[in-house]
Design a protein around this ligand. Structure first.
Ligand code: CMX
Length: 481
């Protein structure tokens, strides 16, 4: 397998439609090439355009979760209300066409490597195959072992502790190994070097996630005993999958998957973790990581905080709510194709003042292209999914629920978001511990906020400190006595 990995660096030329701008073979040297020009750009904006007005902040925005208030700088992704997420300006479809996948993978339906996406986020460039392979290898080498104390701590956590609590604890505990925190404490760090140690920590954090998530899953389902082996010669998503016991080689193959199913599962993992990396800066997990990091918290403490934000049911936890919702609905309707019964079920839910999980979005106003990508994964494998009642219901619901929500008239976006489809696909292959889904989300989401934290330190962005208004200030602005 080592030779197979070595071939990652040499085989095939990757087809790209643009030149690769940064030629450094590894992420650090690629970043070093890019930093001077990017810093100069921001410096120029700061020096010459700091008083350019971005927009007006209304009272509605102040008491309405800061909606429509453009007040964050976020480097690598932006969310268009109509088109959805763009990664360094590229749509999901473009990323699917351009980003390198595992050259050893011959399945026509293969997904790109999340490691390629990480390179794109960090540098703004499509990596060459060699660059993607080098990053894949670097993460695998960094992730082979997690710090001893973290390991011990994870082994001793109560088996029934919420998986997201376990993940937040595991990540926070890794701050003991933070290069950034250590150097800062020693007073040995100059501001211009902050980013290098932050990058080290960020890569160690991302690299540790297969082992951490595997540990958490084994705590839940296998009394803490390992379900698979970490392979230094395999990619990040493969290692997540094998440590969850979901590959035919290198794991206990808990669900007795066929070769094809296991391969599909790894590709599902690559797809899911490749497109959940970031959703611009204002969402709870990204914003929290950035905010905590702005006080110069190290990447482990910063992202542990982001993970706690991701654990909210209106954010990352929605995936688990959707699965519960689909299973419950299926148990109450006579058939997953019964349109009338589905509509009635939805109205009952809305009339009881509950939300339809997996629908709506704070920014998006069209179906989430991440949802479309997950749906296409299922549609490309009709034989695998044709008998799955829950997947069928998910597909049918995506046509019925928007119409019901439009009639209901409250939701600004009646369309499915990504959580509508993701959990139920993992459930299909046998990851059925619903509380665990958000841990997989947390593995993926590390990549965007960690990229931003590195660039925050490159740019030397200040501590975040918005002004708040009390009730008297609001009343006075509104000319109320
Ligand atoms: N079902 C029923 N009502 C909904 C709804 C839904 N799926 N989505 C929004 N609404 C309601 C809101 O509760 C709100 O009602 P009130 O005025 O009574 O408070 C009204 O519609 C307006 O809300 P909105 O402006 O459209 O949506 P918000 O920006 O306030 O909230 C979100 C966005 C995602 C929290 C909301 O749509 C929701 O709760 N969806 C269900 C949970 C979910 O799927 N979350 C995953 C989000 C994906 C992600 O994190 O990226």
């Amino acid at each position: 397998m080592i030779s197979a990995l070595r071939s990652l660096t040499t085989k095939r030329t990757f087809h790209t439609t643009r030149c690769v701008a940064s030629s450094g073979p590894d992420l650090r040297s690629a970043l070093k090439e890019l930093i001077p020009a990017r810093k100069q750009e921001l410096l120029e904006i700061k020096k010459n355009h700091s008083d350019v007005k971005v927009g007006d902040i209304t009272v509605g925005s102040v008491i309405g979760g800061m909606r429509g208030n453009s007040s964050m700088f976020w480097q690598s992704t932006s969310l268009d209300p109509e088109e959805g997420i763009r990664f360094q300006g590229k749509t999901i479809q473009e990323c699917q066409a351009l980003l390198p996948s595992d050259p050893e993978e011959h399945d026509a339906k293969k997904s790109f490597l999340p490691e390629s996406m990480l390179w794109l986020l960090m540098t703004g460039d499509i990596p060459s195959e060699t660059q993607a392979a080098n990053l894949t290898r670097e993460l695998a080498s960094r992730g082979r072992t997690i710090p001893k104390n973290t390991n011990k701590l994870m082994e001793n956590l109560p088996r029934d502790m919420h998986p997201m609590t376990q993940l937040a604890i595991g990540l926070a505990s890794m701050n003991q190994s933070s290069q950034f925190a250590k150097r800062y404490e020693q007073g040995a760090l100059s501001k211009t070097d902050y980013w290098e140690y932050t990058l080290d920590d960020a890569l160690n954090l991302i690299a540790a996630l297969p082992a951490l998530s595997g540990k958490i899953y084994s705590n839940i389902v296998n009394d803490g005993k390992p379900l698979g082996e970490f392979r230094e010669d395999r990619d990040w998503s493969y290692n997540i999958s094998s440590l969850l016991g979901m590959t035919t080689k290198d794991s206990c193959n808990r669900q007795n998957l066929s070769e094809e199913q296991a391969n599909d599962f790894v590709n599902l993992m690559r797809l899911y973790t490749g497109i959940h990396v970031d959703h611009e800066g204002g969402n709870v997990s990204a914003h929290t990581t950035h905010l905590v990091g702005s006080a110069l918290g190290d990447p482990f403490l910063s992202y542990s905080s982001g993970i706690m934000g991701l654990a909210g049911p209106l954010h990352g936890l929605a995936a688990q709510e959707v699965v519960r919702f689909l299973i419950e609905m299926n148990s109450e309707i006579s058939s997953e194709t019964s349109t009338d019964e589905i509509e009635k079920y939805l109205w009952k839910l809305l009339d009881s003042k509950r939300v339809v999980p997996g629908y709506g979005h704070a920014v998006l106003r069209k179906p989430d292209p991440r949802f479309t990508a997950m749906l296409e994964f299922a549609e490309a494998r009709p034989q695998e999914f044709e008998k799955d009642k829950n997947v069928k219901l998910m597909q049918i619901l995506s046509k019925i629920a928007p119409e019901v929500l439009k009639k209901h008239g409250k939701t600004k976006n009646p369309y499915p978001n990504v959580d509508s489809a993701s959990g139920i696909l993992f459930y299909h292959y046998g990851i059925q511990e619903m509380l665990f889904f958000t841990v997989i989300f947390g593995c993926s989401r590390s990549m965007g906020p960690m990229t931003q934290l590195v660039w925050d330190r490159i740019f030397g962005l200040p501590i975040e400190r918005p002004k708040s208004l009390d009730m008297n200030a609001l009343k006075s602005l509104c000319h109320m006595s």
